[in-house]
Design a protein around this ligand. Structure first.
Ligand SMILES: CC(C)(COP(=O)(O)OP(=O)(O)OC[C@H]1O[C@@H](n2cnc3c(N)ncnc32)[C@H](O)[C@@H]1OP(=O)(O)O)[C@@H](O)C(=O)NCCC(=O)NCCS
Length: 163
């Protein structure tokens, strides 16, 4: 597919939120349309869409550059009828480019039952570094995944042997 990336427009929020409302894990997490739209309108996040050759959104990625786990892929969703065609992988790659340009670590949370997404993230080099029980809703855990290129702080300069 001929695909490019651009920022999410306000008049596209309803459509993209509809993808979340119709998809796991958000169904199990209790996201109705209003809550999904709220999630996509949260301030302080980078909001990107993958668009087809008609400039129609086919997938969305929200990036969070604040908080303790800087470089966090907060939401990733592809239009239900477009899944399995490489759009999710392309959005992950795009997110990686933006995050690793500024930070050495990238984080994602994935719900414990979302084994399809877990397999996808593992293929992209993400490893589980934590498990947050009952984090979003009671009865389900969020798995914290990380892809790393090194620690946040550069190692101390080597001692040059001077007195
Ligand atoms: C997960 C998701 C973003 C992947 O996007 P995609 O464009 O379908 O992915 P790609 O075509 O690049 O890669 C295919 C892989 O995605 C995963 N995948 C495919 N369909 C999926 C679906 N309906 N739900 C979850 N993961 C799916 C699988 O790992 C698949 O690999 P496989 O061939 O080993 O089964 C997309 O399927 C989706 O939006 N799913 C629902 C929402 C979701 O689970 N988001 C992630 C929350 S952390």
């Amino acid at each position: 597919m001929d695909m490019t990336f651009r920022e999410l427009a306000e008049d596209e929020v309803e459509r993209c939120a509809g993808w979340l409302t119709a998809s796991e894990p958000w169904i199990a997490l209790g996201f109705d349309q209003a809550k999904s739209e709220w999630a996509l309108r949260r301030v302080g996040l980078e909001k990107w869409v993958a668009v087809d050759s008609d400039d129609t959104p086919v997938g969305i990625a929200l990036l969070n550059f604040g908080g303790p786990f800087v470089g966090y892929l907060q939401i990733l969703c592809v239009a239900p009828e477009q899944r399995g065609r490489g759009i999710g992988s392309a959005l992950i790659g795009f997110a990686e480019e933006r995050i690793f340009a500024r930070h050495n670590n990238m984080f994602i949370c994935v719900t414990d039952f979302n084994t399809d997404a877990q397999r996808l993230y593992a293929r992209h080099g993400f490893e589980q570094v934590g498990r947050l029980e009952n984090f979003l809703v009671t009865g389900h855990a969020e798995l914290l995944l990380r892809k790393t290129r090194g620690p946040i702080f550069a190692p101390p300069a080597p001692n040059d042997g001077g007195a």
